[in-house]
Write a protein that binds this ligand. Structure first.
Ligand code: NAI
Length: 392
């Protein structure tokens, strides 16, 4: 049966697979629910698309051999979705930021048996972490699994915007050849000021990769000082957000989404930025106010915005990010919009790493072993990570 969410532009097969083996009555057998994105025909064409409903993180047979019940679905957005049905009695839920199943307070309330949430990837904001803490539900993620993948995407997107690649490519593919139309908005990255909001694994890798570009200055804003980054790249820490934003030609956003960063980059913060700056956000869509970004782009206050995340995924067809375009007009298409679907952290290489990481977390869980400290977001009713805000 096919279901069509009103939010979705394309039809996502309501495909759920349940693998049961032996009896599920053995006391140590658990129900595991995974919500992944659908690969359709591409899953067969590319079996290394592991993080999909079809390829099941490569762990289906392994779980089956142990007698566990493994339910995999992409159907997540409606109250009668497979996700909402199966979360009620699952002990472990595996989700992915690329097609997030939102474990809100309401959903967690219905999940009476839930003990463990695993993020296949990095970024666990789709889980209400405060409620998870209250309920003593552990949240783990495969920390570091896709940070290089994202950093590469960020560097690419910065160049795509600064060099004005998108309208140039559109013009060319449509048979055009008008150098001036594109060149009037095309710059060098050399000599520009680039700063990262958040200087953890991804932010620091972005600045490391930008070092050979001879930028005028690399800066970062983070409540945690990163001395290694300063040493490696010469990046300067700026402690005042207004000063940080005010100096930048390029802002790259690389912090988690939580109550302290939700809507952080709004009309007021954008007004602190220089006219003509570029913004790249591969962190989370809700860190910026999408309507304010669109207004700043269309007024010409910012020259470009790119990234791969939106506040709801998939976004509704009317979402500002689908429609925003720069104040500078192009005959063959739009400028200033370097958005993609959520792909930066789900390269084939990244999928191999986060699939292996999920298996390792499950192995530890089944064996009663401690998880790698870096993978622990919340456990035992408290935040283990220092990345989701300064907490007591
Ligand atoms: P990380 O935990 O290594 O670093 C995050 C940094 O952000 C920390 O240094 C933390 O102190 C800082 N931070 C937190 N709140 C801040 C604030 N208010 N202002 C400034 N800095 C703040 O995390 P990592 O691996 O670098 O990932 C960062 C985020 O990127 C993830 O939480 C996730 O949301 C996103 N991500 C996106 C992916 C994609 O495919 N688009 C894939 C992987 C991660």
């Amino acid at each position: 049966m096919l279901a069509r969410s009103p939010l979705l532009r394309t039809t996502i097969p309501r495909y759920t697979s349940t693998l049961r083996h032996f009896s599920t009555t053995k006391p140590n057998m658990v129900k595991i629910l995974a919500v992944l994105y659908t690969a359709g025909k591409y899953g067969e064409e590319q079996p290394r698309l592991l993080g999909t409903v079809e390829n099941k993180l490569g762990i289906a047979d392994w779980l089956k051999e142990q007698g566990h019940e493994f339910v995999v679905t992409a159907d997540k957005d409606t109250p009668d979705s497979e996700f909402r049905k199966h979360v009620k009695d699952a002990e472990i839920v595996i989700t992915t930021p690329f097609h997030p199943a939102y474990l809100t307070a309401e959903v967690l309330e219905s999940a009476k048996n839930l003990k463990c949430c695993i993020t296949a990837g990095v970024g666990s904001d789709h889980v209400d972490l405060d409620v998870a803490n209250k309920r003593n539900i552990s949240v783990y993620e495969v920390t570091g699994s896709n940070v290089v993948s994202v950093a590469e995407h960020v560097v690419m997107t910065i160049l795509v915007l600064v060099r004005n690649f998108v309208p140039a490519n559109r013009q060319y593919l449509e048979g055009g050849w008008n150098v001036a139309e594109v060149a009037r908005q095309s710059y060098d990255l050399e000599g520009k000021v680039v700063g990262t909001l958040g200087s953890g694994r991804i932010g620091s890798r972005v600045l490391q990769r930008l070092k050979p570009f001879d930028c005028a200055k690399l800066t970062y804003y983070d409540y945690q000082r990163n001395e290694q980054l300063e040493k490696d790249t010469g990046a300067q820490r700026v402690e005042d957000l207004k000063q940080f934003l005010g100096e930048l030609d390029v802002l790259t956003i690389n912090c988690p989404l939580y109550e302290g960063t939700k809507g952080l980059i709004n009309a007021e913060k954008l007004s602190w930025m220089k006219k003509g700056a570029w913004i790249v956000n591969t962190a989370r869509g809700a860190i910026v106010n999408a309507a304010d970004i669109r207004a700043a782009l269309e007024s010409g206050h910012i020259a470009g915005y790119g990234g791969d995340v939106t506040d709801r995924q998939p976004p509704e067809p009317s979402h500002d990010f689908y429609h925003m375009k720069s104040a500078v007009k192009y005959e063959h298409g739009v400028g200033g919009n370097a958005m993609t679907p959520h792909i930066s952290g789900t390269s084939i290489d990244a999928q191999a790493r986060y699939a292996a990481g999920v298996k390792e977390i499950l192995t530890n869980y089944f064996g009663g072993k401690a998880q790698l400290p870096a993978n622990v977001i919340v456990e035992g009713g408290a935040y283990a990570t220092k990345a989701y805000g300064q907490r007591k």
